[in-house]
Design a protein around this ligand. Sequence first.
Ligand code: FAD
Ligand code: PYC
Length: 415
Amino acid sequence: MRYSFFSLARNALSGHRNWPRAWRTTGPKRAYDVVIVGGGGHGLATAYYLAKNHGIRNVAVLEKGPLGLGNTGRNTTVVRSNYLWDDSAHLYEHALKLWEGLSQELNFNTMFSQRGVVNIAFTRHELNEMERRASAMHLNGIDCELLTPRELQRWVPLLRLDAGSRYPVLGGVVQRRGGNAHHDAVAWGYARAASALGVDIVENCAVTGIQCERGRVTGIETSLGPIDAGRVGVAAAGHSSVVMAMAGVKLPIQSYPLQALVSEPVKPVFHTVVMAGLVHVYLSQSDKGELVIGAARDGYVSYAQRGSFHFIEEQLRALLELFPVFSRLRMMRQWAGIVDCAPDASPIIGKTPVENLYVNCGWGTGGFKATPGSGWVFAHTIAHDAPHALNRNFSLGRFATGRLIDEAAAAGVAH
Ligand code: FAD
Ligand code: PYC
C-alpha cells in the first residue's frame, strides 16, 4: 500500500481517523494449508515468504498476544553477519543482504542503519579469536576489518583507552555493513505485507495443543477453537520447547531471561554499535536518542520476563569503565525476554520427527539479525517439505549425529 502526499496530508488533518489498518485483523478459519505458531518477526517473515516466494496463501499466523511483543519487540536490534563457520556465515549473510533491501521489499521503513558493529578485544585470546573469525569471513566474501587501538579510537571517540582501565584494549574488529534496525517496524512491515498477500494474522490466539495422527500433524487446538492444518511451522522463540512438547517432540533447548535497558534520550553522541564481551556490555544509540545497553543472559532457566538486578549493576559498571563520559546519564527502563538457547548457540530450522510439523528455534540471544533469512529458509522448508541449502545443516538431527555448529564465540552476548 503506497501513500501519496495528499493522502498523508488528509489523514494528518483528520486526526488519522480514516487511517487504514496495517493488517487485517481476523478470527481463525476452520482450516488452513499452513499454520504458523508465533507472531514474532520469524513467524511473520515465514508467512510472507510462503505467500510471496511459494504462492501458498491459505496461511494463518497465530499469536497468543499482540503481534511482535515477544523477543522481536524486546531485543536490542543489532544486525550483523560476522560468524565463524561457513554454514552460519552463509545463513546470516543471506539475511543481511535481505536487510539491505527490506524497506523497499516491504514498502515499510525498517530504519535499517548500517552504522557498523565493533567488537573490542581485551586479551590476546580474544584477539586471536577475532583474527581467526575475520579470516574465515574474508574467505566467505563478508566484510570485516581488524582495528588497532588507535583505529578503534577513531571509530569510537568516546572509548576510554588510557592505562587506568581494568583491562588494556588490544584491538578490535568492525563489520561496517552491520548496524541496527527498528524492531517493531520489522514485525509490522512483514505483517502488513503478508496480510496484503492473503495471510490471516490472528492475534490473542494461544496454541494449546497439537493434534497428530499416525505420526503426522492434522491440526491444532487454540484458545479460539480447533483448526485443521495441512502443515504447522513453530516459531515460538523462548516457548519453543513448550509448544513442541504438545506434539511429543523434545527439543535440546533451554530458555533463559536476557535483559536490556535504555537510558534517557540524549543528542546523537554514539554512531556505531560496540560490543565488549570480556567486561560484558554492549551498546548503541537509538534514533530516539536513548542508549540501548545489554549484557549476558541470566544464569538460570526461567520463563519470567525480568532479569536479575546484579546484571544491571555489572553491565553499568562495565559501561562506565569503557565510557566514563556516561556517568551522569539516567537509566529509564529495563526489561527481559526469554531466549531459546541450543547447546551450540546455533538455530534449529527444519523438519521434526512428526510429519508436516516444522520447527524454527534456538536463535537464543541473536535471532533478530536473522529474521528475513530465517523466514526465507523456513518458508522454503515448509513449502518443499525439505530444507533450503542454507538451513540443511541446521537440522534437529545434528544433536544425534554430533555435527554441531559451535558459534558461542560469535554470539553477541555470553553463553
Ligand atoms: P518472538 O518475537 O519472541 O516471537 C515468538 C512469538 O511466539 C511470541 O510473540 C510469542 O508470544 C508467541 N508464542 C509463544 N507461545 C505461543 C503459543 N502457545 N501460541 C501462540 N503464540 C505463541 N538478536 C539479535 O540478532 N540482535 C540483538 O541485538 C538482540 N538483542 C536481544 C536483546 C534481548 C533483551 C533479547 C530478549 C533478545 C535479543 N535478541 C537479539 C534475540 C532476538 O530477539 C530473538 O532471537 C528473535 O527476536 C526471535 O524472534 P522470534 O520471532 O522467533 O521470537
Ligand atoms: O546477536 O548481535 C547479537 C546480539 C547483540 C545483543 C544481543 N544479541
